[in-house]
Design a protein. Sequence first.
Lengths: 479, 127
Amino acid sequence: MEGKKTAEAGESGGLKLHHLGHEVTVPPGTRIVSQGESPEFFYVVQSGRVRVFRETRDRIRTELTELGPGSYFGEVALVTGQPRTASVEAAEECSLIKVSKEEFDRLLDQNPQLARHIIQQLANWLVAGDRRLETETVHQVKLRQISWFDYALIIGLSIVFALVFNLYNDNQIPLIYGRGVKSDVPKISLNQALEYYQNKNALFVDARKSNFFDQRHIKDALDLPDVFFDLQYPMFQFMLTQMGVAKEKPLIVYGGNTSRRIDVNLARLLMEKGHDKVMVLGGNYEGWERALPVTEKKGKAAGAMPLGLGGIMEWVPVSIFLLLLIPPVRRSPYLSVGCRLLLGVIFIDFALSKIMRPAVFALNVVDYGMMPSWGVNLWSLVLPWGELIAGLFLVLGIRTRAAATMIGMMNIIFIIGLVNAIFLGLPINCGCVGEVGEPVTWWKVLKNMGMLFTAIQIFLYDRLFVLDRGGFVWRERPI
Amino acid sequence: MKQGFIKWVVVLGLVAGCLALWGCGESRAPFAGNYRSEEPFADKGHIELLLKENGEATWKLEQDVRELKFKWKVEAGRLFFYTREGAVMIAIPTEGGRKLTMDMSGNWNPSCPVNQCVTFIRVSGEG
């Protein structure tokens, strides 16, 4: 339907035409103007609503605005002579007045008030556009911001929570194990120990846990793990009696490692029980394996308890890794949100059991034998809180890039620990969740690799559903 | 300022909530009570094991004056015993909780190793 109209600017900013252009009716969904095409017409909306949007080459659409009755569009391209800057589509059935370029130019020449009004509208539009651009840019920049403060915040909170919680925890542990305790236990060299062994003048006592003892120990040695001393000493005494070993017979204790002098500790406990001649094997921690006859039982894997839901969830990042190979998916901020929730829940779940019983986790750290003894308890107290805080930050969308970095770093540390344990053949479980844990295998390394890549994806592409730095963003907003 | 405050209240609330949820665990009531080892231990008589509902446990050999203290909890139908040093022992209840089979190795084994297994029989409810 078409008709002649003429035009004038309405007081409300709308535009009324009289005896100018043609009236057209368009059904909903019709593309009226396409971005990039040469301008030929100017349009005024008489009834209905139209949607103005821009679209990139890879079809990413940015909604700019919606126009209703009295609004007009298409003037920018006609004034500048440039291709259309946006597309317009009918949101519902519309009645439009379609004005040709010649008519539009004549209209402006004859009507300075209308020309001024259009210039004013364009200027307002530009200013508003600049403001939106600035707001969005600032928001995006803030989201991408990362500072040392973020790391200091996570580490600081972890340390403070760890120390305060340890003060009030029933299962508290000293910050530094064995600090201030002087070693009053005599040492014996490997050569002297060999002499004792050959002459059967001493009994060797292994201070390590039974899984280590079962794997490899000095031939004819007895196992008395220092952590079970109170429970197992009666049985130890019973065995000495059965073997006809007098209490005066020298005991040579071994089995310490870099992370804990369990040999010295056991020797001290034995001395407290009245054993006078207790010595600790000196030299390298593993020196006994080469210097003395050894009994080995290879191929026995460490007992390990399944991690339940957490263990299953750990496989999801491995599958996400496959998604990361697809470039458009890899960059998706929605994938980042999923990764954040997943990693966050896994780390919160694993952190909680360790927080409640730090001594159990400390023994798991000791098993790896990589941490210096002064650092074991500090690490066992602070690391689980770091996992919890970083996990919560990821779930809630707080400082997510820093939280993802921290979790990624933890994964790297775990991977190093696991690979080291695999190469050394340590009979341990991963110690991931307090008292339970999965076997240390390459599968476990793969799971940690999956989590590491997930953390990297978050670091690079996360920008939605965040709780700080510009507010909660539900979706990618148009600029 | 207000938004920042709310954010931190949410974080602290979640931390407290998580810890509270984790701390609750499964009820200890069905397993609380007095137990006695089926066999004498290390030629020093039977072991008397008392499990209190508050999570404390005591272990005493008949011919020993000392009492050892533990913490214990129930998870996934198993009883976990914690020594002060951080060692963990796992006991599996059988016969409806009348018997406890305790793995003294300190490792998790699918079944209790014969030479490191102590079986306790329930003597009475919580003492």
